[in-house]
Design a protein around this ligand. Structure first.
Ligand SMILES: Nc1ncnc2c1ncn2[C@@H]1O[C@H](COP(=O)(O)OP(=O)(O)OP(=O)(O)O)[C@@H](O)[C@H]1O
Length: 361
């Protein structure tokens, strides 16, 4: 697939602060959905605004399709209205006194298209978001979710080559969001537009993305498929962001190409995956998600231990156990509506080497 959006070494400084966007590079292939995910203030929106042309980068280059839209070193800066991008923000910013049809038609009227063509495009865009029947009603009484559907239709009506979305589901009831993410993905695919989406919500990101970029303090730490991010996080921050809250300190004794043997206490060894390069003898930290700890595992294989249960928190449909892994407390989740193991009992566990990730401390 060809690259439709290319962001190369993008930086944005707001003096005298540290850079809001710090040397960020990523590509989005034609028709793909890329999601920038990270905590508040990490620079996601600023990156998106630079792509939109609403913010001027300090350095770097942005290419949309065949056009270099900005490259400060060469004095190139294509204005936002000439970049061919559609945008959808947290609030759709619709005109409440106008009908759905009038709202969606606005960008086309602005472009001076013939009326019949506008009518056809607007009907098609409203059908795409499931609101064709309400086309001639006013926008005012619509729910927040319906308003975002109208705003999406408006951002797609002129067939942009790139769609930029900034937390468009942020104000919407959490119960509706999984379904809306699926629908948004279907619509983006159906239209065939390339999309860049920014969010703080991990669940939205995984549901939508072909590729996820994890950002922290202006830097893009990892840009990869959701599968790669969740199965081989590049560093401790990304691992933490994917829910790897168990952290076990140790020393790397031995390494093969992608796995290392970590001593976690005298005579206790842990085989763990090494996403980056590490040296033997180095102090390391192993990260592990509580849902990957296996309780009562079948016999055989590496990383089998017997550990005491030091606390248990019954949560209705699952129980969270705190286990003492040779001096380090680790959490383990046991699905099911009945707690099985009492505090003080000794529990056989396995920590699958694929799910234990080792990093430099
Ligand atoms: N115009 C500006 N002037 C000065 N500082 C700015 C400006 N725009 C952004 N910043 C700084 O950049 C930081 C990151 O902002 P940005 O909106 O890109 O983060 P974000 O990751 O999208 O956060 P959120 O999820 O809260 O929207 C802000 O906390 C602010 O310090």
């Amino acid at each position: 697939m060809s690259t439709d959006l290319s962001v190369l070494r993008l930086s944005r400084w707001f003096d005298p602060l540290p850079p809001t966007v710090d040397d960020v590079s990523f590509d989005v292939a034609a028709g793909e959905i890329a999601v920038l995910l990270g905590p508040s203030g990490c620079g996601k929106t600023t990156t998106l605004r630079c792509v939109a042309g609403l913010e001027h980068p300090t350095s770097g280059r942005i290419r949309i399709g065949e056009t270099i839209c900005c490259d400060p070193a060469q004095g190139i800066l294509v204005p936002a209205r000439r970049r061919g991008v559609g945008m959808l923000f947290r609030s759709g910013a619709l005109w409440p006194h106008m009908t759905l049809r009038q709202n969606v038609a606005y960008p086309l009227r602005h472009r001076g298209l013939p009326r019949a063509e506008i009518d056809r495009a607007v009907t098609e865009a409203l059908a795409l978001v499931g609101l064709r029947a309400q086309a001639d009603r006013a926008v005012g009484p619509l729910s927040g979710e319906q308003m975002q559907r109208v705003a999406l239709a408006r951002s797609l009506v002129y067939r942009p080559r790139l769609l930029l979305l900034d937390e468009p589901l942020a104000g919407i009831d959490a119960r509706l969001r999984p379904g809306l993410c699926d629908e948004l993905r279907r619509i983006i695919r159906q239209v065939g537009v390339t999309a860049l989406y920014v969010t703080r919500d991990q669940a939205d990101a995984v549901a939508l993305a072909d590729r996820i970029g994890i950002m922290q303090a202006g830097r893009l730490l990892q840009y990869d498929t959701p599968d790669a991010i969740f199965h081989c996080p590049a560093d401790l921050f990304v691992a933490g962001f994917t829910g790897a809250s168990n952290l076990i300190d140790g020393r790397l004794l031995e390494r093969t190409s992608s796995f290392g043997t970590v001593q976690i206490s005298p005579g206790r060894l842990l085989l763990a995956r090494m996403p980056g390069s590490l040296s033997e003898g180095q102090k390391v930290r192993v990260a592990l998600r509580p849902d990957t700890v296996q309780l009562l595992p079948p016999a055989g294989g590496p990383n089998h231990f017997s550990v005491p249960v030091i606390a248990r928190h019954y949560q209705g449909t699952r129980t969270l156990y705190v286990l003492d892994l040779f001096g380090t407390p680790i959490d383990a989740i046991d699905p099911g509506s009945r707690p099985r193991f009492p505090v003080g009992s000794s529990l056989p566990i396995a920590l699958p080497p694929d799910a234990c990730w080792v990093y430099a401390t």
